[in-house]
Design a protein around this ligand. Structure first.
Ligand code: KG4
Ligand code: ZN
Length: 341
């Protein structure tokens, strides 16, 4: 007997992308619609929370309609609605949560609240049909830098995290300092290709007694100090060299800690997730390090690294088949911790 398909409608509005997707049986993306607000936030040099909420409320219905249309599925045929309920900007999250609750109430379909970071991890399942837990995952986004053991679907153990800035935040701040604008990550990635990564030696922070933790604020200060000292000396800054040297310092720390944790915890599979996982230098360095250490390496295509609803649909599916359901009292939790329910 063939099993009936499970179709999830997923909604993601935690930051500056209004996104909806339809996911079949956990791994097949029938549609993945993303309406980005980058062009508006660019004008302010970063995400303005109130503008983000207002844009979500404007776009959310069109984005969902488009996701259903592209997937060629009627709302009645959907089995459940998955939605990001944290972490993220509270006003932004509330738009998606309220929308998902309204759809769930009106159609009498189950509602599943999804953790944004668990969504990022789950992005790896989309293009790697063979990938199953356990594996080690490095999550590097604008708001998070976590090294987690994915023990089972939806079961995580945090091994390390950042003590201060997230990796993406460091990219964005350094990009602003060298005049590249928002969002900085992709711009540094591009400019770094023209620079010399050995031109300037920036620090690689190690945290005493917490070998899997990260710290990027010292590195960010070192870059700012370098720029200031060059300006004081009235010397020109080679922006490509700064970008390449900074990026090399971040990548070095991320790769070294991840490989060390994989060995220490006897993990054979390593994955990366989150916006910074789209970084070409990180992907290349991690792929090489995994090859040298006989580890299998998994990474999502760039479109599934940055915020999207497909990854939320994948995470929701695994919650759905475990029987998890959220009530109509589901609320946005801006500082939701990973693995927390
Ligand atoms: O996962 P994401 O889309 O949103 C959050 O959940 O935070 O991550 C956004 C972050 C931003 O800081 C952005 O600059 C960074 O990911 N990012 C990159 C690249 N693409 C996006 N950082 C480095 N290299 C990239 N190619
Ligand atoms: Zn994200």
């Amino acid at each position: 007997m063939t099993q009936r398909d499970i179709n999830i409608l997923a909604i993601e509005t935690s930051c500056d992308e209004t996104a909806a997707a339809v996911v079949r049986n956990g791994r097949e993306i029938r549609s993945n619609i993303i309406s980005s607000q980058i062009e508006i936030h660019k004008l302010y040099g970063g995400v303005v929370p109130e503008i983000a909420s207002r844009k979500h409320i404007e776009k959310i219905n069109q984005v969902i309609e488009e996701a259903l249309r592209v997937a060629d599925i009627a709302l009645e045929e959907i089995d459940a609605i998955g939605v990001t309920y944290g972490p993220g900007l509270v006003g932004a999250l509330l738009v998606g949560v309220a929308e998902a609750k309204a759809i769930s109430f009106a159609t009498n379909k189950p509602l599943i609240g999804v953790h944004h970071i668990e969504g990022h991890v789950s992005a790896n399942y989309i293009e790697h049909k063979e990938l199953e837990p356990p594996f080690l995952c490095l999550i590097v986004s604008g708001g998070h830098t976590h090294l987690v053991m994915v023990k089972e679907y939806g079961e995580y153990e945090i091994i390390g995290k950042t003590r201060d800035d997230a990796a993406g935040e460091a990219f964005d701040k350094v990009a602003r300092a060298i005049g590249l604008g928002y969002p900085g990550g992709p711009k540094i990635d591009r400019l770094a290709r023209e620079g010399n990564s050995n031109a300037i030696v920036f620090p690689r922070a190690h945290i005493e007694g917490a070998q899997y933790d990260f710290s990027f604020s010292g590195l960010k200060s070192a870059v700012l100090n370098y720029i200031n000292s060059m300006e004081m000396k009235k010397e020109d800054i080679n922006r490509a060299d700064v970008a390449a040297s900074f990026q090399a310092a971040v990548v070095d720390v991320l790769v070294t800690r991840t490989i060390m944790a994989a060995k220490d915890f006897d993990m054979k599979k390593v994955a990366i997730a989150g916006g910074v996982a789209a970084n070409s230098a990180l992907r290349e360095a991690m792929a090489n390090a995994c090859r040298q250490n006989a580890l299998d390496f998994y990474y999502p295509s760039p479109v599934f690294c940055t915020d999207n609803a497909a990854m939320i649909g994948v995470a929701a599916y695994y919650e759905y088949i475990k029987g998890k359901r959220s009530g109509l009292d589901l609320n946005a939790i801006p500082n939701l911790k990973i693995g927390e329910r």
